[in-house]
Design a protein around this ligand. Sequence first.
Ligand SMILES: Nc1ncnc2c1ncn2[C@@H]1O[C@H](COP(=O)(O)OP(=O)(O)OP(=O)(O)O)[C@@H](O)[C@H]1O
Length: 631
Amino acid sequence: DLASDRTALLALRSAVGGRTLLLWNVTDQNTCSWPGIHCEENRVTVLRLPGAALSGRLPDGVFGNLTHLRTLSLRLNALSGQLPSDLSACTNLRNLYLQGNEFSGLVPDFLFQLPDLVRLNLASNNFSGEISLSFNNLTRLKTLFLENNRLSGSIPDLKIPLDQFNVSNNQLNGSVPKGLQSFSSNSFLGNSLCGHPLAACPGENGDNIDSKHKKKLSGGAIAGIIIGSVLGFVLILVILMLLCRKKSAKETSAVDVATVKHPEVEIQGGKPPGEVENGGYSNGYTVQAAAAVGGGAAATVAAGTAKREVNGNGIGSKKLVFFGNAARVFDLEDLLRASAEVLGKGSFGTAYKAVLEVGSVVAVKRLKDVTVTEREFREKIEAVGSMDHECLVPLRAYYFSMDEKLLVYDYMAMGSLSALLHGNKGAGRTPLNWEIRSGIALGAARGIEYLHSQGPNVSHGNIKSSNILLTKSYDARVSDFGLAHLVGQPSTPNRVAGYRAPEVTDPRKVSQKADVYSFGVLLLELLTGKAPTYSVLNEEGVDLPRWVQSVVREEWTSEVFDLELLRYQNVEEEMVQLLQLAVDCAAQYPDKRPAMSEVTKRIQELRQSSIHDVANVQPDAGHDSDDMGSR
Ligand SMILES: Nc1ncnc2c1ncn2[C@@H]1O[C@H](COP(=O)(O)OP(=O)(O)OP(=O)(O)O)[C@@H](O)[C@H]1O
């Protein structure tokens, strides 16, 4: 019971000291209110003393009593010696964070008897011995961090589906087992390991397998191969040249079309621009495309052919039509002369970043498959252009001709939320903490709420993370509103499938409540870091609403949230509230979903209650986390 938990905690305090422990007020009978302690049903379930200057050995006889512990975090202290064997009594343990201490000895066998263990971080200690095959007993384990120890021997063939794994900087040797080859090389560096993702093991390339069976190639054969290769190469070159000629002949014959050229894409895939798939992960893509031509030779938004200007903004006008009082610092010709870079291809066409000669940067969307008449198009786009809210990406101008429909938006420097969440996860990336994520949630909600306030039938129709764009300061702006009504069926329906409410059958008819559903999925994505079904990068996308609902609430914290978010431990409560809101939004039946105005209100409230806490934890959190280590 709680009394024995209390006795155990006091025994811990007298054994390992530490500054937090001194704050435990022994006269305060309410043990559960001590710093670092969390109780449920009158038992201690969480003991968290990170960076509390604890030192010495963990005594026996403490953890044998704390049998309800689910999370134990003693990271970044100076604890030493072996782990106490009565830790084996904590059979409810899910999260064990002991990184950044001086623990030594073998990784004890009793750890493999803790059936519920999900996160295990023993990194940066002095553990020695081999990595046991018994890790396979821990069928629920998702995180295994063992880096910066003195582990030796080879890595056993672990069959558990881990999300995170790191054994770098040990004394391991042998090859990386198949089941772990999907992790990046960073997970293995600083050992004598070989095989994917590291360099191939000797004998792996096939060229020195069993050399007895290999016959030397004769000189004639070698000459034959060389001549054959040269001829093949020349042939390919000739074909390429012919193709290029044909193409440029075609281009010069187009008189009236403003063509958007982008050689990066053609060189890479040989496909016409309209066929480049990138699934909205624009950042990663752009860099790649540019790299493919040796560092980003810029393309131009094309031949100044759209010259026949007619005065006025009406039908037949060949001018850019601007909205509001937007400074008209550029005209169509400027735009066509600008250097451009593909941002990505969406369901309505391709988006480009255009850097104008005057220095300003805009995003240009080239629409395809516009199915409405010119009059209808102008009417609808005028309506889109009149939307004015700080949480929307402003549409600055548009251009309409028979062959070309362009929309000009403000360029959003930090790209899309989708790219931010699922794109580059490497070092140097700003971790998306609670404050940023909940701020993005609020901004997006406010943008959608504004759209909904324009009339009961006004909806966005295509809420997803690639349509939430971010300014330099990570303020969220909703983009792409009002386009769903202009074009035919999108050509890549699967890409939005994960966000689409179950009742939606025609993507051009999406109700406000269906927007709320999509927003719910977006919130789930923001909190879990997982992409909904049918994303391109992550082929095995999840049905997020179903998955979250399948996890019982008590386990949300350990199972559902993005690990990067769990660093901010004292906002757990708010995170759970936001997750609950997401689940409410993604309710099966439209009537059960809250209105956007309520959604905004709830996010505002839960953010307010956490801001104070976040301000307190921030300075520490960057270097000090229960989830140290890379993904
Ligand atoms: N105004 C903008 N500023 C910066 N990047 C943008 C802008 N508009 C679009 N992008 C980027 O270009 C990519 C493609 O955008 P686009 O809107 O054409 O497609 P999408 O959002 O992936 O799909 P859909 O067309 O279905 O909305 C997006 O992922 C986004 O990162």
